[in-house]
Ligand binder design. Structure first.
Ligand code: ADP
Ligand code: MG
Length: 269
């Protein structure tokens, strides 16, 4: 990709997020090394790479959990106003519309599916204030819409603890959606899922494209094949390659650093 294509003036679709020249060391070890990454508005991007490539650290930097040593992380506003995320705290970044889903689901097991969504819609108000919450029609509409998107309408009044592992993951994605984020960061959504659940997760993520911008970290190659638009391969904290899935997967450097190991890992399963 030429540098020109990173210039907002030369794009059909505006950028929503720019990560440029970002580095981060832990005890002298460069976990992220001069990373450049540009996400378009409404894009669904998958990020792959071997263990230790810096994928989770990359998400930590975007969400403010980790501060970069150098470089800029910029959120581009709809109004053309840019925000430097590298200076903000985690909750401030979250309020700007960047939601993150960690690998293990963290739903409120003793609340119903519906109430979990109510709680997340309330955002920072917390459980106590939610006790005195009176549902607004617009909230109910939003929750019904989310339930439909995550295909859990029929489970709305069941306890979240009674859901399967995959359904809990969808509920947690729904809890992020209830807050209507501009960018969703999702770390290995298909881990531990059955084949059918994995495929449904792919359909769910594809249905979110355009309405939100998404960065999905994943290892499962079948799953990546299903959802892949543009794929970014991280290696030693740097972008090794990005482009269409078919181009990326047949790149010799990518095969060497990632797919070779992936093959071994798959055999160990
Ligand atoms: P990935 O998610 O691609 O497997 P990570 O981002 O978790 O990779 O880690 C990248 C590298 O940075 C690893 O070598 C890891 O040990 C190191 N690392 C990540 N976070 C920390 C930390 N908080 N302290 C020290 N080293 C870390
Ligand atoms: Mg990781």
């Amino acid at each position: 990709m030429s540098n020109l294509s990173h210039d907002p003036l030369y794009r059909d679709t505006p950028l929503i997020l720019s990560v440029s020249g970002v580095s981060k060391s832990f005890d002298g070890f460069k976990a992220i090394n001069d990373l450049n990454f540009y996400l378009e508005e409404g894009e669904l991007r998958t990020v792959i790479g071997p263990n230790g490539a810096g994928k989770s650290t990359f998400m930590d930097i975007i969400t403010g959990r980790t501060r970069p040593d150098e470089g800029a992380v910029t959120l581009h506003g709809i109004d053309g106003h840019d925000t430097n995320l590298a200076k903000l705290r985690e909750y401030e970044i979250n309020r700007l519309g960047i939601g993150r889903k960690f690998q293990t689901p963290s739903v409120y097991k003793s609340h119903t599916v519906y109430d979990n969504l109510v709680l997340s819609l309330q955002g920072h108000r917390g459980v106590f204030k939610t006790l005195f919450y009176r549902e607004q029609p617009a909230d109910r509409e939003r929750i019904m819409e989310v339930l439909k998107t995550i295909r859990l309408e029929s489970r709305a009044h069941d306890l979240a603890g009674s859901l399967s592992h995959g359904q809990k993951q969808w509920l947690e994605i729904g809890m992020l959606l209830a807050q209507d984020p501009r960018i969703l960061l999702i770390d290995e959504p298909a881990a531990g899922m059955s084949d059918e659940e994995t495929e449904r997760t792919g359909e769910l993520l594809l249905s979110l494209e355009k309405k939100h911008s998404l960065i999905v970290i994943e290892h499962d190659m079948e799953f990546i094949r299903q959802i892949a638009r543009k794929v970014t391969v991280l290696h030693q904290g740097h972008v090794l390659k990005d482009g269409k899935f078919d181009v990326v997967k047949s790149d010799p450097k990518v095969i060497e650093v990632y797919l070779g190991r992936q093959g071994k890992k798959e055999n160990n399963k």
